[in-house]
Design a protein around this ligand. Structure first.
Ligand SMILES: *[C@@H]1O[C@H](CO)[C@@H](O)[C@H](O)[C@H]1NC(C)=O
Ligand SMILES: *[C@@H]1O[C@H](CO)[C@@H](O)[C@H](O)[C@H]1NC(C)=O
Length: 452
């Protein structure tokens, strides 16, 4: 009863309070916001734009994703470091649109409908290091827009229909400067037809303004050694044009359900989580993930995987979670799992595991990596073992062996290096301090490939 009357009281008071607040609204907008403290600001946000403000590692984020916004609001807090505006309806970036956010380090504008960037759109953003404009409708932009961004290190502009003409010349020249190696990667020309599919990084800049200045032989110098035109390169499925990448809250690549027949090329090196589930990938080829050195979670479930090459997972030293469920795997080739040093979770459900000699490698590896929790290892073939747990099948195979002597399972001879190798790995991957602990002994020597 008491609860009920409290509720009633709230219902009565609420509208009155709101009315009072909106009446005094104009006065506040003038300046008093700062003085009213954090709580007041948060309340105003939820009232006006429903952005989420939060703090992580002492940096302030304002998350305004998926909110049908067409511009930024004047009442947003200005002391934020990261502004997330992905998946809104912004069309034009106006002059000085962000100039009040002087502390901004990253600005995520991906997946809007931006078709124009005014020349001073980014003025005031002298601390910005990361600007995300991928998946928009930009056709042209000049280098001028980047001038205020003296600290810009990462610029993503792929999946925009760039017109590779004279008006884009200065921007292309800028991103082709060798030291700007993280600016404009993967962006491609949509027009003219002769340059369609060419990467902005590779376009021959001297050609761009050739038409508009007839007879102009070598104006502007050789701008980066002449474009490397690759007329016969076959069309590849490029992760950047097919999948969505997100930098926040974690760098992630979502390539699920895209009808991919193979792992796409052009995978970003900073991705932590990669979802390739629900495609029709049939096999994994060597070193496909070699550059994805930060990957912690890889989802390959619901594909048509029947073959995983021995070196497929090489380089994935920090992978923690691997989902291979709902595929057509019958066994793992010897050595496939060797680089997965810190794996914790392995999903193997719904695969037609074949319980014969080939399956022993998997069981052997699991036995030596007790920190890995796995699921779904059930024999599907041959008929006599169908429905058995693979573990039980392997036990019958080694039926006579007493429990502790089952190490003769080892399939091919290799140094019983044990802990020494674990230490080698830690030594190799510089720093050491922050590394997770290796799981246990390794059956064989593994090769460490230095990535930087
Ligand atoms: C992998 O993707 C499938 C389908 O989207 C999902 O059900 C599953 O939970 C994912 N696995 C992991 C480990 O996140
Ligand atoms: C398993 O994968 C097939 C396609 O290979 C898909 O149609 C089916 O929905 C998946 N099943 C589950 C439970 O994810």
């Amino acid at each position: 009863m008491r609860v009920f009357s409290a509720l009633m009281l709230l219902l009565v008071l609420r509208p009155a309070e709101l009315r009072r607040r909106s009446r005094s609204g104009e006065g506040e907008a003038g300046g008093g916001v700062r003085g009213r403290g954090r709580a007041a600001i948060n309340r105003r946000q939820t009232q006006h734009s429903q952005c989420k403000e939060y703090e992580e590692a002492e940096e302030k984020y304002l998350d305004c994703q998926d909110r049908q916004l067409t511009t930024v609001m004047q009442d947003w807090p200005t002391d934020i470091h990261h502004l997330l505006l992905a998946r809104n309806k912004i069309q034009i970036l106006r002059d000085n649109m962000f100039s009040q956010f002087t502390q901004l380090k990253s600005l995520d504008l991906q997946q809007n409908v931006i078709s124009m960037v005014e020349e001073r759109a980014f003025s005031g953003l002298s601390r910005l290091t990361t600007l995300l404009l991928q998946h928009n409708s930009l056709t042209t932009a000049s280098e001028e827009v980047l001038l205020p961004l003296s600290r810009l290190t990462y610029l993503r502009i792929y999946d925009n229909p760039w017109h590779c003409q004279c008006s884009l010349d200065s921007l292309i020249r800028t991103i082709q400067v060798p030291s700007n190696r993280y600016l404009g990667n993967y962006a491609k020309c949509a027009e003219p037809l002769s340059l369609k599919g060419q990467k902005l990084k590779d376009v021959g800049v001297d050609l761009l303004c050739a038409d508009s200045k007839p007879g102009g032989g070598g104006q502007g110098g050789q701008g980066g050694g002449g474009g490397r035109l690759k007329p016969t390169s076959r069309p590849k499925m490029d992760a950047t044009s097919m999948c969505h990448t997100y930098l926040f809250p974690r760098p992630m690549l979502d390539c699920s359900n895209k009808d991919l027949k193979s792992v796409p090329s052009g995978l970003h090196s900073d991705i932590v989580k990669m979802d390739l589930s629900g495609n029709t990938i049939r096999s994994l080829r060597p070193k496909q993930f070699l550059l994805s050195k930060d990957l912690k979670q890889l989802n390959l479930s619901s594909n048509s995987l029947h073959k995983i090459d021995t070196a497929s997972f090489s380089g994935l030293l920090y992978l923690r979670e691997l989902d291979l469920s709902n595929n057509s795997l019958q066994y793992f080739h010897y050595g496939v799992l060797e680089d997965l040093y810190f794996l914790r979770k392995l999903s193997l459900d719904r695969n037609p595991w074949m319980c014969d000699y080939n399956i022993h490698y998997l069981m052997y590896w699991l036995k030596h990596h007790p920190g890995v929790s796995y699921s779904g290892l059930v024999c599907s073939e041959p008929a006599e073992f169908r429905g058995w747990r693979v573990e039980d099948y392997v036990k019958t195979y080694n039926g006579e062996c007493p429990k502790d002597k089952q190490t003769d399972l080892e399939i091919s001879p290799g140094g019983q290096g044990g802990e020494n190798e674990a230490q080698e790995v830690v030594g190799e991957t510089e720093g050491g301090g922050a590394l997770p602990q290796p799981i246990q002994k390794k059956p064989n020597r593994i090769e460490i490939i230095r990535l930087n």
